[in-house]
Design a protein around this ligand. Structure first.
Ligand code: XIL
Length: 384
């Protein structure tokens, strides 16, 4: 009861705060407009409107843009209400961990697709597609993979893994993150590539090999290179943009079958987006013939000060500002968030706010109510 009241209050201040914060440009102002009613009914009406707005997945018909979110497989997901919300809002299911190497091939040649199959079945039942995440990564690999040392072993392992996994889900997985996080300028290699077991055993050609194997196993699915950390006006973001663009250029020169750049988009609301450099970077990527996807979006509010509604507005604004940059270059094929509700986000285990309150980086709050970030997403997903 007390909790419900507090919640109502915070929602009300969120709504009332919108007009004064000048959020008309986000399309959020309509929430604050209403007939001259008493404050209480005004907020109730605004919430009601927000909850009744068509779900994010509904815009596919008109805009062609899918909305997805990452989560646990239905066969291991105890939160059935959250799962139901997934199917209501999203038409892409992104396996958060289920298709990573340590899950699917824990021992050489011994595959386990129980979770992946559960996701594929859930997706089919709910008219969703599955985004394949991920085939080749430096992390989430079983011990036997980390111990690979020769190029023969690495070749054989990649071939068996990619061919088996991609063939199994041919026609069910609409796009694959083939290589994840290949860049790490802080490893101080000439080309900015990450010093992983794959680079170590095969050299930079491991990327080409992975994409060729994936293309052979599923000629129709768009194949993506997935990367993070490229959005801000920082030296680190600039190094990452430079290294990534150089890599994408080389892959084109070598005729590697790669279709898309997957922008992970793990954002931080307190940072400053580099409009100019990010736009220049994305334009160059598109000019090379790559499509863009947004695949793991969340907006970390770990350092944002203020009340809960103020934090939610900062997150919504950051979301809109980022999407504005991407859309001004090219509308992405899809937008996926890394989770749906603040109830569960991977960020909880890595970041703690100084005031001890939980992070609020996702479109729905922990009670599964739509937040201002949801409205920012809706505006861009509906864009034509
Ligand atoms: C994260 C998952 O969310 C966590 O549950 C897991 O413990 C570690 O991996 N970039 C990626 C994702 O490509 O695979 C990561 O997912 C988050 C960062």
């Amino acid at each position: 009861m007390i909790l419900a009241k507090r919640h109502q209050l915070s929602r009300r201040s969120a709504v009332l705060g919108l007009a004064s914060l000048g959020l008309a440009s986000l399309g959020l102002a309509s929430l604050a407009i209403g007939s001259p009613l008493v404050l209480r009914s005004r907020s109730a009406r605004a919430d009601f409107d927000l909850e009744l707005a068509p779900p994010l997945r509904s815009h596919l018909r008109t805009s062609g843009i899918r909305y997805g979110c990452a989560g646990a497989a239905p066969n291991v997901q105890p939160d059935r209400i959250l799962l139901e919300k997934f199917a209501t809002e999203a038409n892409i299911f992104v396996p958060e961990t289920s298709l990573k190497w340590d899950q699917t091939e824990p021992r050489p040649g011994e595959f386990n697709f129980t979770e992946g199959d559960s996701i594929a079945a859930f997706a089919a039942r709910n008219d969703m597609v599955v985004h394949g995440h991920t085939l080749v990564w430096y992390a989430a690999i079983p011990p036997w993979v980390s111990q690979i040392s020769t190029s023969q072993e690495a070749n054989a392992a990649l071939e068996r893994h990619i061919t088996t996994q991609v063939s199994r889900y041919r026609g069910k997985i609409w796009a694959w993150d083939v290589v994840n996080e290949a860049i790490e300028p802080e490893d101080h290699l000439d080309n900015g590539l990450r010093n992983s077991v794959w680079l170590h055993s095969l050299g930079a050609e491991y990327i080409d090999l992975a994409f060729r194997l994936a293309r052979t196993a599923d000629p129709a699915a768009p194949l993506c290179l997935s990367e993070y950390g490229i959005e801000y006006a920082t030296a680190s973001s600039q190094r990452r943009r430079d290294a990534l663009l150089a890599l994408l250029q080389k892959l084109r020169d070598r005729n590697t079958p790669i279709d898309c750049l997957a922008l992970q988009s793990h954002l931080e609301a307190h940072q400053i987006l580099d409009h100019r450099e990010l736009t220049v970077f994305l334009r160059s990527v598109v000019k090379l013939g790559y499509r863009l996807l947004i695949t793991e979006m969340d907006v970390n509010d770990v350092k944002v000060r203020g009340s809960e509604p103020e934090r939610d507005l900062a997150v919504a604004r950051h979301t809109a500002e980022f999407l504005d940059i991407v859309f001004s270059v090219a509308p992405p094929l899809s937008i996926a968030t890394w989770g749906l509700s603040d109830r569960y986000t991977w960020l909880h285990q890595y970041y703690k706010r100084w005031d001890g309150t939980p992070l609020r980086p996702l479109p729905l709050d922990a009670g599964l109510n739509r937040k201002p970030m949801w409205t920012s997403l809706a505006k861009y997903i509906a864009a034509q």
